[in-house]
Ligand binder design. Structure first.
Ligand code: ADP
Ligand code: MG
Length: 688
C-alpha cells in the first residue's frame, strides 16, 4: 500500500476530481487520510418524526412513501417526498434539484438531516440525506457522528465522505505508525490508524479529543525531532573558528562602561564566550525586551572575536540603526585600538571601495552595516562573529546567506520579540538561547496614556514642559506625505505645522525613510547631540534607536500601528532614570484597533504584549511564514497547544539522546516520516 500514490488512481477519482482535490491540498492518499473534518454533525440522536417542532435541527430515519415534483408560483422546481417512521410523517422539500426524483424510490429506508420549518405544515427543507441501502457505505454512517469536510467548487460533501471512507477502509489497516509501540504505551495514546479513524468518525467527544491529542503530539514530536536532528547535523558538520579564552579587549570595554552589567547581561556574555571557545560554531539567539541592553552584549561578542584575531560584523535592518551602532562602536572601540567602519548601501563610490579593501585586508576589526553586508560581495579577511540585530525584521534566508560568508563565523541573533520560551525554541528551534530577563537598574515604567484628538494641545503643552526641563521628544506619524485616500496626518505636512505654529521656539527636525542616507545620519546625530529637541518621524525610528534623554513618545493616529510596533516605539523612551511618557492619540474604528490601544496602555511587559498580539493576530501573521521557515502544521497550533509542544520537545530530545541517529528497524517508520515531511525543508539529507 503506497501512501504517496496520487489520489487520481483511487476508485471514483478521475483527473477532474483529482484537480479539485488538489485545490484543497490533497494530492496523495496520505493527504486524504490527513484531510481532517472542519466540523461534525451528530446523527446519533434520531428524532421520532412525531416529536419534531418548528426550528429543530433534526435527524430522522424512515421509509420513503410518496414523492413528486411541481413548479412553485415563483417558478422554482420543487421536489418533495414524504418520509414515515411509524411515529409520524413529514414532507422533505428541495428546490431546483429535480434529479432527486431519480434518486429516491418509495419503500427505501433513508436518513434525513436538516432544519424543521413550518410552511402550512412542518417540513424538512433541503435536508441532507443518506439512502440506507443495506449494502451501501452510507448504512454505516447512519446514527453516527458524521464529518463535515472543507469543500471547493465542484466537490460535494457526499462525494468527499464516500471517498475518504473508502480510503480509510482500504489503507488504515496497513498504515505504519511512526511512533514506536512503547512510546504509544507510555504516552497512553492510541495507534495512528485508530486516531485517524476517530478524527474522521469519532464515536463521541472523548474519542475525538483523544484522537486530536495523539495526532498533535505526533506532529509536534516529529517536528521537534527534525529540529533536533538539524541541530546535531550542523554541530557535526560545522567546524568553528577556534577562539582563545583570553578576552582582554572585551574586559577593558566592560570595565570602562559607565555602568555595571546586569546579572542577565553577564550571564549572556559568558554563555557566548563559552560557545566561541568551544568546538562547534555558535548559533545563539539573544532575546530581551526593548531597552534591556542587548547592544552591550553584542559588542562584547564582537570584541571576543577581535580578541582572538578575527573580524566581527553587526547587521541592522535599517540604515539609521546601522549608523547608530557605528557611532557607538567607533566611539567606544577606537580608543581600544579597534578599527571600525559603517557599510550600508548609502556608502558609495571611492569611499566604498576603500572600505571594502580595508575589510578584505583585515585592517578593520568591526563592521556595522545593513543588508548591504550580505547582499553584495563583501570579502572579509577572517570573519569570526556576526551579530544580527532585530532578527525579526530579517528573513531566515538572510540568516543562512550570511552564514555562508566567512568560513564558519559564530552567529548571534538578537530580537526584542519576546515570545514564550517554548515558542522560541520551536520557531528558532535550531538555535541556542540566552535571555535578558532583567532591566538595567533604575528604569521606571513608561507611563502610557491614550487620548482623543481633543487632548492633542495638552500633549503638545506637556512636550514643551519636558523640553524646558532638558528632555527630548519623538512625535510619530503613520505616513510620510498627505494621502488623498486616507485621512492621516503626514509627517512632513505636520512637521511644517508643528515647527511654525506649535513649537516656534524649539528646534524641531524631521526624519523619514525617503531622506538620503547622509541626511538621515545628520538628523540623528543632531538629535543625539541635543541640537534638536523634538524629532518628527515616521516608523523609521521604530526599532533600536537609543536616545537616553528622550522622555516623551507621542504617537498620532496610533490606531494605525500594530501592537508590537507600538511596544517598540514606546521602547524609544524610558531608557534613562528620568520618568518617561508615551502618549497615544488614536481614534480606533475597529474592535481590534481599540483592543491594541487598550492593551498597550495597560500592559508594560513585552512578553504579555507578545501574547496579546499573538491572540489578536494569530500565529500565522504574528510570525510570518517567511520569517520562521517552519513547515505548515496539519492539526496542532503552536499557540493553543503549547503544553503539548513542550512535552513533545522533551520527549524528542530524550529519544535523540538514546538513539542519536534514530537507527534500528523499530524506528524505520519514524525515519521515513521525517524524511518525507521535513527532509527537504530541514535539509536532513542523511535521515535514512
Ligand atoms: P536594547 O536591548 O533595546 O537593544 P540597548 O542595548 O539599546 O537596548 O540599551 C538601552 C539603553 O540602556 C542604552 O542607553 C544602554 O547604554 C543602556 N544600558 C545597557 N545596559 C545597561 C546597564 N547594565 N546599566 C545601565 N544602563 C544600561
Ligand atoms: Mg537594540
Amino acid at each position: 500500500m503506497d501512501l504517496t500514490e496520487n489520489v487520481q488512481f483511487l476508485k471514483g477519482v478521475g483527473p477532474a476530481r483529482a484537480r479539485r482535490l488538489a485545490r484543497l491540498g490533497v494530492l496523495t492518499v496520505e493527504d486524504l487520510l490527513y484531510f481532517f473534518p472542519r466540523d461534525y454533525q451528530d446523527r446519533r440522536r434520531i428524532s421520532p418524526i412525531g416529536s419534531l417542532r418548528d426550528g429543530d435541527f433534526a435527524s430522522v430515519r424512515g421509509e420513503v412513501m410518496a414523492k413528486g415534483s411541481r413548479k412553485t408560483r415563483g417558478g422554482k422546481k420543487l421536489f418533495q417526498l414524504v418520509v414515515d417512521d411509524g411515529s409520524g410523517r413529514i414532507p422533505c422539500s428541495w428546490f431546483n434539484q429535480e434529479y432527486l426524483d431519480n434518486v429516491f424510490r418509495p419503500g427505501q429506508e433513508a436518513l434525513f438531516v436538516g432544519k424543521v420549518q413550518l410552511y402550512n405544515t412542518l417540513q424538512l427543507v433541503n435536508p441532507e440525506y443518506e439512502i440506507l441501502d443495506p449494502q451501501s457505505e452510507a448504512m454505516r454512517r447512519a446514527g453516527r457522528i458524521i464529518p463535515i469536510y472543507p469543500l471547493t467548487e465542484g466537490l460535494y460533501q457526499k462525494a468527499v465522505r464516500d471517498l475518504i471512507e473508502r480510503t480509510l477502509e482500504l489503507y488504515l489497516p496497513h498504515l505504519p505508525d511512526p511512533l514506536p509501540e512503547d512510546l504509544c504505551r507510555r504516552w497512553e495514546v492510541a495507534s495512528l490508524s485508530q486516531a485517524i479513524r476517530d478524527i474522521h468518525y469519532p464515536s463521541g467527544g472523548e474519542a475525538l479529543a483523544a484522537a486530536r491529542q495523539r495526532l498533535i503530539l505526533d506532529e509536534f514530536f516529529t517536528l521537534q525531532l527534525a529540529l533536533g536532528l538539524k541541530r546535531e547535523k550542523r554541530a557535526r558538520e560545522v567546524e568553528s573558528l577556534p577562539h582563545l579564552p583570553l578576552t582582554l579587549l572585551r574586559d577593558r570595554y566592560i570595565a570602562e562602561l559607565p555602568f555595571r552589567l546586569t546579572g542577565a547581561q553577564r550571564r549572556a556574555v559568558e554563555e557566548i564566550k563559552a560557545d566561541m571557545v568551544g568546538k562547534g560554531a555558535m548559533n545563539r539567539l539573544l532575546q530581551g525586551d526593548v531597552g534591556s541592553g542587548k547592544t552591550v552584549v553584542a559588542v562584547c561578542a564582537l570584541l571576543t572575536t577581535v580578541d582572538s584575531g578575527y573580524q566581527g560584523a553587526i547587521m541592522a535592518p535599517t540604515e539609521i540603526l546601522a549608523a547608530q551602532h557605528y557611532e557607538n562602536i567607533s566611539r567606544e572601540l577606537e580608543p581600544l585600538g579597534v578599527k571600525t567602519v559603517l557599510l550600508t548601501s548609502g556608502v558609495k563610490g571611492k569611499k566604498r571601495q576603500e572600505i571594502l579593501e580595508k575589510i578584505a585586508s583585515g585592517e578593520i576589526g568591526v563592521v556595522a552595516g545593513t543588508h548591504a553586508l550580505i547582499q553584495e560581495k563583501v570579502d572579509f579577511s577572517r570573519l569570526g562573529m556576526v551579530v544580527i540585530d532585530e532578527q525579526h525584521k530579517f528573513g531566515v534566508r538572510q540568516r543562512a546567506d550570511l552564514r555562508k560568508k566567512g568560513e564558519q563565523p559564530h552567529v548571534l541573533v538578537m530580537t526584542a520579540t519576546p515570545i514564550p520560551r517554548t515558542l522560541t525554541l520551536t520557531v528558532y528551534g535550531d538555535l541556542d538561547f540566552s535571555v535578558l530577563d532583567e532591566m538595567p537598574p533604575g528604569r521606571e515604567k513608561v507611563k502610557t496614556y491614550w487620548i482623543g484628538p481633543d487632548r492633542l494641545d495638552a500633549a503638545y503643552g506637556f512636550i514643551r514642559q519636558e523640553v524646558a526641563a532638558g528632555r527630548q521628544a519623538f512625535i510619530i506619524y503613520p505616513l510620510i506625505e498627505e494621502s488623498e485616500t486616507l485621512d492621516l496626518k503626514a509627517a512632513s505636512a505636520m512637521f511644517d505645522h508643528l515647527k511654525r505654529n506649535v513649537f516656534p521656539a524649539i528646534p524641531v527636525d524631521l526624519i523619514h525613510g525617503r531622506l538620503p542616507s547622509e541626511e538621515k545620519r545628520g538628523v540623528m546625530e543632531r538629535f543625539r547631540a541635543k541640537q534638536t529637541m523634538i524629532l518628527v518621524s515616521t516608523v523609521v525610528v521604530e526599532i533600536g534607536i537609543d536616545i537616553p534623554d528622550a522622555t516623551v513618545m507621542l504617537i498620532e493616529n496610533a490606531e494605525r500601528f500594530g501592537l508590537a510596533q507600538l511596544h517598540q516605539l514606546r521602547g524609544r523612551v524610558g531608557r534613562s532614570r528620568f520618568p518617561s511618557y508615551c502618549i497615544l492619540q488614536g481614534n480606533p474604528r475597529t474592535e481590534d484597533a481599540a483592543r491594541r490601544l487598550k492593551a498597550i496602555q495597560d500592559i508594560d511587559d513585552g512578553f504579555q504584549i507578545a501574547r496579546e498580539d499573538l491572540e489578536i493576530r494569530g500565529p500565522g501573521e504574528f510570525f510570518g511564514t517567511q520569517q520562521t521557515g517552519l513547515p505548515e502544521l496539519r492539526i496542532g497550533s503552536i499557540v493553543a497547544d503549547v503544553r503539548l509542544m513542550e512535552f513533545a520537545r522533551r520527549q524528542a530530545f530524550s529519544l535523540l539522546e538514546t538513539a542519536p541517529a534514530l537507527a534500528g528497524d523499530e524506528l524505520a517508520p519514524l525515519r521515513r516520516r521525517l524524511r518525507l515531511r521535513y527532509g527537504e525543508s530541514f535539509d536532513l539529507g542523511d535521515v535514512g
